[in-house]
Design a protein around this ligand. Structure first.
Ligand code: ADP
Ligand code: ZN
Length: 629
C-alpha cells in the first residue's frame, strides 16, 4: 500500500475499519446491500459464498477484506479469475486507488512474471490475480505453501464460481481443481462469487469447492436501473433497432446480440452505414481483431459492439447504456446475464429485444435437432417456453423475471408493460380457426408452413392456393378480418404454448395433443395488440438528439453537461497516458457528480462518491482547474 491513503490501524474494530477502507480507498460513503456483512465475514477469517447480480458490487466484497487483512500483516490475497483479458484493467483500477496489486497470466514476459512473483513472495502485494490453471501448478502451489508458512497467505477469492459446475453455462474443467485450495490450505478464508447460480449450480459450487461451512449471501437479483423493453418484429427488425438507438441512445455505448456470425457482420456494417459507431465481435474473427475490438469498446466512449454470445463474459464496462437482442437468447438465464451487462454503474440503462415467429421456430428446431438426450431437450424446451412467456407477457416483465429466479416482487414501473400497459385482445376464436385450418390440411394428408396457412385463413389467392384447391376448404377466408401480423402473433403464441409444432426443414405446422382443448374452446388465448409501425425518427423521444444535448441519463442540465464533457475529455487524456480504460480513472457517474456539484475545493471534491484519497491527491487540482475553480 502506498501513501497517502490513510488506512485503519490494526486495533480498530472490523466494522469501522471496513468503512475507512471503503471511503479512503474507493471514495464511497456506504456499503451496498450485503457488502458490509460479507466483508466482515471474510475479513474475520470465515468463508463466504456470494450470489449477487452483475453490477451488484461483488469486487468490493473481496477487495476490502483483502486490504484489511493486508494492513493487519496477513499478507497476500489470491484472486482466481478465468477472465485473463480483464486482469490488467482490474489491477490497473486497484493501483489507481493506491492498492498494490498484480496479475500472473500468460500475457506476461518471463521477466515480468518473476518480478510479480518476487512482490508476492515478499508479502508486499495486497492482491494477486491469477487464472485457475496457473493456481494449480506445482510451482505455484509451492509458492503458496511458502507464503502460508510465513503467515502471508491472507485469503482466496474465487470469482465466477459457477464455472465449477456442469449445470452452469460456462463450465471450465480447471475450476474443478480448485477444491485443492481447501484441502491444502484449510485455515485460509475463501470467498466464492457468482452472478448466476440456480439451485443446482449453487449446490454444485458448495460441494465442489467444499464450501459447506461458508455463509451464503444471496442478494436480490433485481437490477432496478435497467428498463426492460421487448417488442415484436415488424418487417425490418434492424430498422427498429436503429430507431431505438437513434432516439434513445445516440452516442452511447451498447451491446447488440445476434445469433450468427454472418448476422453480426451484416448488422455491424449496416449500422456503420447509418452513422452508428459499430464494431463486430464473434469467435470467427481473428484473435487479434477480436482483442482490438474489445479493447476499443472498453477504452473508447460511445462505441456499439455487435456480437454473438461469445462476447461479454467478463465485460465489466460500467457505462454500457443499452443491450439489444436482435435474436432470442437461449433462455431466461442467458437473457438476464446478457442484459445484466447494461448499467453496472447504477445509472439508467435499457435492455431491448425484438422477437418474432421465426425466432420461436428456430429455437425449437435447434433443440429438436441437437444430439442431446431427450431429458435434456425436454429441459431446454421448458426453458424456452419460459422465455417465450416473458416475451408474450402483458404484465410486468420484471415481476416475471424475478419470479423465474424465485423472487417475489411488485410491478416495477420501469418496463414497457408497466409504462405502457399493452392493449390485449381475445384471440380464442382466432386460435380455433387457425388450428382447424391446420386440421383440414391434415385431413387431406398435407402440411404447410406459416405463410400458406395465413394466406388460406385470409382468403388470399396465390398460385399455391389455386394449385391445391384450398379455396374449397371450409376455413378459406374465415380470418379475413385479421391482418397477417395478427395471424403471426396468434400462431407464435400457439407454438410458444406448444399447441402447434413447426417441423422439418420447411417448418410445416402440425397439431399437438394439447391443441384439442383450444379447438374445443376450453382454453382462453389472450394476445398483445400488435404494435403500430411507427415511421422512422418519430419515436417517443425523437428530437432529443438535437443539441445542446443535456445528458438525461445522468440528470444533467446543459451547463453541467458542458462541464461533464470537459471532464470526460480530460479523463481521456489521463486514461491514454496510463494505458487504462477511462472508467478506471473515474466513472461517468462520478464525473457527472463533479459537474453537477461544482466542488469549490479539494475538501469538497473529496466528498464526492468515487473520489478516494489517492485519486484526490493525484487528480484533485487538475479537476478543479477543468471545472474552472
Ligand atoms: P459486479 O462484479 O458484481 O458485477 P462490480 O464489483 O463491478 O460489480 O461493481 C459494480 C459497480 O458498482 C462498480 O462500478 C463499483 O465501483 C460500484 N460499487 C460497488 N460497490 C459500491 C458501493 N458500496 N458504493 C458505490 N459504488 C459501488
Ligand atoms: Zn414492470
Amino acid at each position: 500500500m502506498n501513501p497517502p491513503v490513510h488506512l485503519p490501524s490494526p486495533t480498530d474494530d472490523l466494522q469501522s475499519a471496513a468503512h475507512q477502507v471503503l471511503s479512503a480507498v474507493f471514495g464511497y460513503t456506504a456499503f451496498r446491500g450485503q457488502q458490509a456483512e460479507i466483508v466482515e465475514q471474510v475479513a474475520a477469517g470465515g468463508d463466504a459464498l456470494v450470489l449477487m447480480p452483475t453490477g451488484g458490487g461483488k469486487s468490493l466484497c473481496y477487495q476490502v477484506p483483502a486490504i484489511l487483512r493486508h494492513t493487519r500483516g496477513q499478507g497476500v490475497a489470491i484472486v482466481v479469475s478465468p477472465l485473463i483479458a480483464l486482469m490488467h484493467d482490474q489491477v490497473g483500477a486497484l493501483e489507481e486507488a493506491g492498492v498494490h496489486a498484480a496479475f500472473l497470466n500468460s500475457s506476461l514476459t518471463g521477466e515480468e512474471a518473476s518480478r510479480v512473483e518476487r512482490e508476492m513472495m515478499s508479502g508486499r502485494l495486497t492482491l494477486l490475480y491469477a487464472a485457475p490453471e496457473r493456481l494449480t501448478t506445482p510451482r505455484f502451489l509451492a509458492q503458496l505453501e511458502s507464503l502460508r508458512e510465513r503467515g502471508l497467505l491472507s485469503m482466496f477469492a474465487i470469482d465466477e464460481a459457477h464455472c465449477v459446475s456442469q449445470w452452469g453455462h460456462d463450465f471450465r474443467s480447471e475450476y474443478l481443481q480448485l477444491s485443492l485450495l481447501h484441502e491444502r490450505f484449510p485455515e485460509v478464508p475463501r470467498i466464492a462469487l457468482t452472478a448466476t447460480a440456480d439451485d443446482l449450480t449453487r449446490a454444485d459450487i458448495i460441494q465442489r469447492l467444499q464450501l459447506q461451512d461458508a455463509r451464503v449471501f444471496i442478494s436480490s437479483f433485481d437490477r432496478p436501473n435497467i428498463r426492460y423493453l421487448i417488442v415484436e418484429k415488424n418487417g425490418s427488425p434492424r430498422e427498429q433497432l436503429l430507431r431505438f438507438i437513434q432516439d434513445d441512445h445516440d452516442g452511447e455505448a451498447g451491446v447488440i446480440y445476434c445469433q450468427s456470425r454472418k448476422k453480426v457482420e451484416e448488422t455491424a456494417e449496416w449500422l456503420k452505414s447509418e452513422g452508428i459507431n459499430a464494431l463486430p465481435y464473434h469467435a470467427g474473427l481473428d484473435a487479434d481483431v477480436r482483442r482490438r475490438h474489445q479493447d476499443r469498446f472498453l477504452r473508447e466512449e460511445g462505441l456499439v459492439i455487435v456480437a454473438t454470445i461469445a462476447f461479454g463474459m467478463g465485460i465489466d464496462k460500467p457505462d454500457v447504456r443499452f443491450v439489444a437482442h436482435l435474436d432470442l437468447p437461449k433462455n431466461i438465464e442467458a437473457y438476464y446475464q446478457e442484459t445484466g451487462r447494461a448499467g453496472r454503474d447504477g445509472a439508467p440503462a435499457e435492455a431491448w429485444m425484438t422477437y418474432g415467429l421465426a425466432d420461436v421456430v428456430n429455437q425449437r428446431r435447434m433443440i429438436d435437432e441437437s444430439p442431446a438426450d431427450e431429458v435434456f431437450k425436454q429441459g431446454q424446451r421448458g426453458k424456452l417456453d419460459a422465455l417465450l412467456a416473458l416475451c408474450e407477457a402483458t404484465d410486468c416483465r420484471r415481476v416475471r423475471l424475478l419470479a423465474y429466479f424465485g423472487e417475489q416482487s411488485k410491478p416495477c414501473g420501469n418496463c414497457d408493460n408497466c409504462l405502457n400497459p399493452p392493449a390485449t385482445w381475445d384471440a380464442t376464436e382466432a386460435a380455433r380457426k387457425l388450428l382447424s385450418c391446420i386440421y383440414r390440411f391434415h385431413q387431406r394428408g398435407q402440411s404447410f408452413g406459416a405463410g400458406h396457412l395465413i394466406d388460406v385463413l385470409r382468403g388470399k389467392v396465390t398460385d399455391k392456393t389455386r394449385q391445391h384447391g384450398h379455396d374449397q376448404l371450409s376455413t378459406w377466408g374465415c380470418g379475413a378480418d385479421l391482418s397477417e401480423q395478427q395471424w403471426r402473433a396468434v400462431l407464435r403464441q400457439l407454438i410458444a404454448l406448444g399447441h402447434v409444432a413447426a417441423e422439418g426443414e420447411f417448418h410445416t405446422l402440425a397439431l399437438q395433443d394439447s391443441a384439442r382443448g383450444v379447438l374445443k374452446g376450453e382454453v382462453e388465448i389472450r394476445l398483445r395488440e400488435a404494435e403500430e409501425k411507427k415511421p422512422r425518427g418519430k419515436g417517443a423521444k425523437a428530437g432529443r438528439t438535437a443539441k445542446p444535448k443535456a445528458d438525461p441519463a445522468l440528470g444533467l442540465d446543459a451547463d453541467a453537461t458542458e462541464r461533464f464533457e470537459a471532464l470526460k475529455a480530460w479523463r481521456s487524456e489521463v486514461a491514454k497516458e496510463h494505458g487504462l480504460p477511462a472508467y478506471v480513472i473515474f466513472q461517468n457517474t462520478t464525473l457527472a457528480e463533479m459537474a453537477r456539484q461544482m466542488p469549490a475545493d479539494l475538501a469538497e471534491l473529496g466528498e464526492i462518491s468515487g473520489v478516494g484519497a489517492k485519486k484526490l491527491e493525484a487528480y484533485g487540482s487538475e479537476i478543479l482547474r477543468v471545472l474552472g475553480r
